[in-house]
Design a protein around this ligand. Structure first.
Ligand SMILES: C[S@@+](CC[C@H](N)C(=O)[O-])C[C@H]1O[C@@H](n2cnc3c(N)ncnc32)[C@H](O)[C@@H]1O
Length: 241
């Protein structure tokens, strides 16, 4: 939904497709999922996507004519996308090393010459069910430009298109990382993400976001205003109380 909402604001003509099997798990208790021999990450993640939530997601997506949700597997859907037809691919399926590698290598030919691939959970380390960090460490040495976010389990951004055709804002991001100027950008997004998460907590606690005009204005200011410089510390600063 985040991609859909963002595209509807800045690029309404963008077509979005979300693919997920949304299969019920064999055991969805938290204790079972966390047990050493518990289900794999893909299954465990179902804990956070109960069936009723999927219904809500489908209903919400219907507000966006360019967004489509497909209940299917990534492999089954491969054939329905032409080579070179995808500008932005978000990989967040199976989190074992061989799964994320498989999803990346099978979908890579589908990326356009402007193509960028996102990998969720690159900052989850030493966790049996999540090995995206291991595959990401390999990708970083592969020659493609990249950017790393570390907040909220981490997001890897990989530019797989032709350098001159990758959109300029993405190129600036990649240059910042290459030249060691990435810290403030990271913290800026972390700051905004944190504020969005606080709004979600507000919604959970009170049932809805403020509906009156003042509340709506406050909410949009809250989301859209970049942090002030004094709210952002350089990496390493602020480590001591
Ligand atoms: C960590 S969740 C992320 C879901 C989604 N990105 C989101 O944020 O709502 C991982 C999802 O990937 C799905 N999944 C795992 N492997 C898949 C595959 N091969 N084909 C389709 N879906 C898959 C699981 O069903 C699970 O819902």
């Amino acid at each position: 939904m985040a991609f859909t909402q963002a595209a509807s604001l800045v690029s309404p003509e963008t077509k979005l497709v979300g693919i997920d099997k949304w299969e019920p798990t064999h055991d969805t208790t938290l204790e079972a999922a966390m047990a050493p021999d518990g289900p794999e990450f893909g299954d465990k993640s179902r804990l956070f996507y109960p069936v009723q939530k999927i219904g809500e997601l489908v209903a919400a997506s219907k507000e966006y004519p360019n967004a489509e949700l497909r209940k299917s597997s990534f492999d089954e859907e491969l054939a329905s996308f032409a080579d070179g037809s995808i500008d932005l691919l978000h990989i967040d399926g199976g989190h074992l090393y061989h799964e994320v590698k498989h999803d990346y290598t099978t979908w890579l030919p589908k990326l356009s010459s402007r193509g960028v691939v996102l990998f969720h959970d690159i900052a989850v380390h030493n966790y049996r069910h999540s090995q995206v960090d291991q595959f990401w460490a390999e990708l970083k040495t592969g020659g493609y430009p990249f950017f790393e976010f570390f907040h909220s389990a981490g997001l890897g951004v990989l530019g797989v298109g032709k350098w001159d055709e990758i959109p300029e804002p993405m190129r600036l991001l990649f240059m910042a990382q290459k030249e060691g100027r990435e810290t403030k950008i990271r913290q800026w997004f972390e700051f905004l993400g944190d504020r969005t998460a606080r709004l979600m907590v507000y919604e959970w606690a009170f049932g809805s976001l403020p509906k009156d005009d003042l509340g709506r204005i406050r909410t949009s200011e809250h989301l859209m205003t970049p942090p002030r410089d004094e709210d952002v510390v350089e990496q390493g600063e602020g480590a001591t109380a």
